[in-house]
Write a protein of this length. Sequence first.
Length: 228
Amino acid sequence: MRILLAEDEKELSRVLSAAMQSTGYEVVPVYNGAEAVKKAEDEIFDVMVFDVMMPVMTGIEAVKEIRATGNKTYIIMLTAMSEIDDKVTGLDAGADDYITKPFSLKEVLARLRSLERRNEKYTEDTLDFGDITLKNTEQRLESYNSISLSAEETKLLNIFILNSQKKLDNKTLIEHTWGKNEKIDGEMLWIYISYLRQKLQSVNAHVSIHGNKGGPYQLINNSEEDFK
C-alpha cells in the first residue's frame, strides 16, 4: 500500500515511516496539513494517516478540504485527545478511523494490515462519472449503450474514475492496475489506454482520457469542458 503520513513531530514521523516501510508499505511523509492537502490533490494513496494537531493547517481542516474535493481515500486520525467529542469531530470531518496517542507500533501496523485485507476484498461495485457507469463486478462500461471490458481495463478505468481530478503518471497507473511485480511497461499501458479510449467512443460517452503517449493521463468529462 501507498501511505500519506502527515505528522509534524519529525521523530515520531521517522519511527512510523520506518515501521511501515519494514512491512513493505511505501510512505510519503509530510509535516503540516497544507502539505498533506497538496499531496492528496496530486498523488494516489491507499490510506492517509493524519495527526490532528499540525501547523499551518490542522489535521481536521486538512481532512475537510480533502473530502470536499471528492477524495474517498481511507483516513486514520492520530490524536492525543481522548475525549469522545474530539474523536467525533474527527469522524464528522471525514476521517474513517482514529488511533489515540500514546499507541503501539503493533497497533498501527495491525490496523493497516486489516485495511489492506479489506481493500483486497472490497471494490465499489458501481462507479459513475459524467455520463458513464462502470460496473466492476460485471466488467461492463455503460453510457448510451454498453460494452464489456477486460479485467485490466476495468481496474484501469476504476482508477481513472476515482482519481478524475488528478493527472496520473505511468508508474502510478501500472502499480495500481497490475501491481509492482508484474512486468508491464509504458508501452503496454499505452495499448490499454488506447483500448479504453476506443470503448469510451463506442458507447458514445462524453468522457475521454486526455494525455499523450508516455503520460500523464487524466479522465475528463467533456460535457463540463463545453461549459468552460
